[in-house]
Design a protein around this ligand. Structure first.
Ligand code: NAP
Length: 413
């Protein structure tokens, strides 16, 4: 009997993380996957086919991913008797890299968000969401090609962390009384309460990750987005600590807008924007934004709003990364779309592009590039799933699995 009760560890080798935060990927790396609920299994089948074919296309038989299924969500409940078994968390921590489909989260009660729980257990402090447009992908804006941003969203703190207590519970009433007595805060007794917290530590490690990414990829600017004019000691502090970090650790390579008056020379420009005007400007002047560093809840909204401009959540990838340990979970950004489950219908691009991010993180850049080439050529040929088909003239409608095959057929074109 192995270390894990339900997980079968395949033949292969562990990925490890060097002290420089860079992954060392062996030729047969073990990579964990969660297929996901609802449409997850359809999407995972199509995506895995693309991944394996791309690795083979690049390396012949010399390298191959050893996929290891780990359980979360409805399948975990059936197989293991719980929605998020601790061995899933332990296995992802041990094997460093995982990719997952969407998981069901009930609203207003029931199980806690498995996605949030996973991020917190593994301390995956950066949620990274690149947003770019692919030619021919239908968009509601005139110039979707102007959108090319990477959102770094703090992933652990803020009201999003789930520290909430329900209205009417004795502990909630006790807290309301305490807040009244201690701070003079008048909160209605029939209120539910959530805690919004933001730490200097959490801010600085997120902004550091965004800065390093921007410098490594040669991006032009990092914008810190916040609502600090209203929430001064959380969002405002995020802004203050963000700039402080830039001065402390990146003064030789980056400069703030105030210090250079918008003329950064060959340095990386760091600026800031208040969340509401930012939401307007990413529609009216998207070219002014590049890498974005923001807090958890804001980042959730911005990422989906930006995704809408380039074709929707069906095509937006995401990664949750701890840049210090290397542990990372790449994931679909859409939900389980349960009405389409098992119809082999939905768009697998979110998981496919999350895989592109995963292969880049693993250092297999040629695999990532091969997949992107296949996607670009498939869109150029107007071979698409239903969500794009209904918005495109003269396109060919493909099933989820057929789209995966079309991507493979277009490798190298
Ligand atoms: P959803 O599953 O994302 O579906 C909403 C709509 O988005 C679908 O009806 C479909 O629109 C479109 N869509 C979603 N995925 C698509 C895909 N792969 N290809 C094409 N279109 C796609 O959102 P929801 O209905 O609000 O949530 C359902 C469940 O998913 C909930 O339990 C929620 O908590 C969970 N969820 C999980 C994650 C995650 O695991 N990361 C994220 C968000 C939500 P049309 O019907 O118009 O075609």
């Amino acid at each position: 009997m192995g270390k894990y009760k339900f997980i079968q560890v395949p033949k292969g080798e562990k990925i490890s993380c060097g002290s420089d935060g860079v992954l060392r990927t062996p030729d047969q790396p073990i990579v964990a996957f969660v297929e996901g609920d609802g449409t997850g299994p359809d999407i995972w089948r199509a995506s895995r086919h693309v991944f394996d074919a791309a690795v083979k296309h690049c390396y012949g038989g010399k390298k191959a991913v050893a996929w290891m299924e780990v359980y979360a969500g409805e399948k975990a409940s059936k197989v293991c008797g719980e929605y998020l078994p601790m061995e899933t968390i332990d296995a992802i921590r041990e094997y460093e890299v995982a990719i997952k489909g969407p998981l069901t989260t009930p609203v207003g009660g029931g199980i806690r968000s498995l996605n949030v729980a996973m991020r917190q257990h593994l301390d995956l402090f950066a949620c990274v969401r690149p947003v770019r447009h692919f030619e021919n992908v239908p968009s509601p804006v005139k110039r979707p090609q102007d959108v090319d941003m990477v959102v770094f969203r703090e992933n652990i703190e803020d009201v999003y962390s789930g520290m909430e207590i329900q209205a009417g519970k004795p502990e909630t009433l006790r807290l309301i009384e305490f807040l009244g007595a201690e701070y003079g805060w008048k909160i209605r007794p029939d209120s539910g309460i959530g805690i919004k917290s933001m730490s200097e530590y959490g801010t600085k490690r997120l902004v550091r990750a965004a800065m390093r990414y921007a410098l490594e990829k040669g991006r032009k600017s990092v914008t810190i987005v916040h609502k600090g004019n209203i929430m001064k000691f959380t969002e405002g502090a995020f802004l203050k600590w963000g700039y402080e970090l830039v001065k402390q650790e990146f003064a030789d390579v980056a400069v703030s807008w105030d210090d250079c008056k918008g003329e950064p020379g060959d340095k990386l420009l760091v600026k800031d924007s208040i969340a509401d005007i930012f939401l307007q400007q990413i529609i009216t002047r998207p070219r002014e934004f590049d890498v974005v560093a923001t807090m958890n809840l804001n980042g959730d909204y911005f990422s989906d709003a930006l995704a809408a401009q380039v074709g929707g959540i069906g095509i937006s990838p995401g990664a949750n990364i701890n840049y210090e340990t290397g542990v990372s979970v790449f994931e679909a950004t859409h939900g389980t779309a349960p009405k389409y489950a098992n119809l082999d219908k939905v768009n697998p691009c979110s998981v496919i592009l999350s895989g592109v991010m995963m292969f880049e993180h693993m250092g297999w850049k040629d695999v990532a590039d091969t997949i992107v080439n296949g996607l670009v050529a498939s869109f150029r040929a107007k071979t698409v799933t239903y969500d794009f088909h209904r918005l495109m003239e003269g396109a060919t409608l493909l099933k989820c699995s057929e789209f995966g095959q079309a991507v493979v057929d277009h490798f190298g074109r």
